[in-house]
Design a protein around this ligand. Structure first.
Ligand SMILES: Nc1ncnc2c1ncn2[C@@H]1O[C@H](COP(=O)(O)OP(=O)(O)OP(=O)(O)O)[C@@H](O)[C@H]1O
Ligand SMILES: [Mg+2]
Length: 252
């Protein structure tokens, strides 16, 4: 058992969408630099968990708490949660027509830097690091000049999420099905990037349905969400058993 305090401590989180309760009571501890894989059947509430932590207004938090470095995330607005160090990569990254990608990412990055007490990056320095990041990710630099995700392919959208992740250097990153839509090179890049960022202290929660991806990530913990709660906690053996027998087995 570790004695390090968790970077993220979620307690009895209940989330409603409209008049339906999707998450009944979810409690999770995330250690700095750790890798947690979140599994669960389609519609079990994995994306709801991410959206609620990120502060999407449609996902109403009815009860519970989520402390990031001891600070209550759920009382903050979405942009304050990002500044506090929470990052969500969307399952379906939306377009933002009319907003240039490089300006969008630079504005986000400088807001995060400000909250860390760092100097803002000017356009020149930002562009140099954004171009280097894009190149590493296999994203053409011209995509930085286009509106956010406008006309991007599915895989390009996921790569653009990863570009934001590398530049923002969050405390906790929740990657919601980052592997869906990515080609083999993209998946390999995710695994390398995640290991590199973990070594620097970023904790990851990764939602995935694919055992090969989950095995490559070498998770410390695998969680199974069911009926609005964490129904099972384990290691890779849990992911392997789900891959073998599916989600329809009866819960212990
Ligand atoms: N805006 C919404 N309005 C109504 N119901 C919603 C809305 N968003 C999500 N839901 C419902 O909440 C439940 C949980 O959805 P969620 O997207 O969190 O599932 P998930 O575990 O991420 O599934 P998947 O593996 O398919 O991505 C689903 O039944 C879904 O239909
Ligand atoms: Mg989902």
């Amino acid at each position: 058992m570790t004695t390090t305090p968790p970077v993220l401590q979620v307690r009895d989180l209940r989330v409603d969408i409209g008049d339906r309760t999707v998450l009944e009571s979810v409690s999770v501890d995330i250690q700095p630099g750790s890798m947690t894989v979140l599994m669960g059947a389609n519609g079990s509430g994995k994306s709801t968990f991410g959206m609620a932590l990120a502060g999407h207004p449609r996902y109403q938090v009815a009860a519970g708490s989520a402390l990031l470095d001891g600070k209550e995330l759920l009382e903050l607005s979405a942009h304050e949660r990002a500044r506090a160090g929470f990052f969500l990569s969307f399952q379906s990254p939306p377009d933002i027509p009319g907003v240039k990608n490089n300006l969008f990412i630079r504005t986000a990055l400088n807001a995060v830097r400000e909250s860390r007490g760092e100097e803002p990056l000017d356009a020149f320095d930002f562009l140099a690091s954004a171009k280097a990041g894009a190149k590493e990710l296999g994203l053409p630099a011209t995509m930085l000049n286009r509106p956010v995700n406008d006309g991007f392919s599915g895989g390009e959208r996921k790569r653009n999420e990863l570009l934001q992740l590398t530049l923002l250097q969050p405390r906790v990153a929740l990657l919601d099905e980052i592997d869906s839509g990515l080609d083999v090179d993209g998946v390999r890049y995710v695994v390398e990037l995640v290991q590199r960022m973990r070594a620097q202290g970023t904790a990851f929660i990764v939602v995935s349905h694919y055992l090969q991806m989950i095995e490559s990530l070498q998770p410390d913990t695998v969680l199974r969400l069911d009926a609005g709660r964490i129904a099972e906690t384990g290691g890779l053996e849990l992911a392997r058993s789900i891959a073998k027998t599916g989600f329809t087995r009866t819960t212990a």
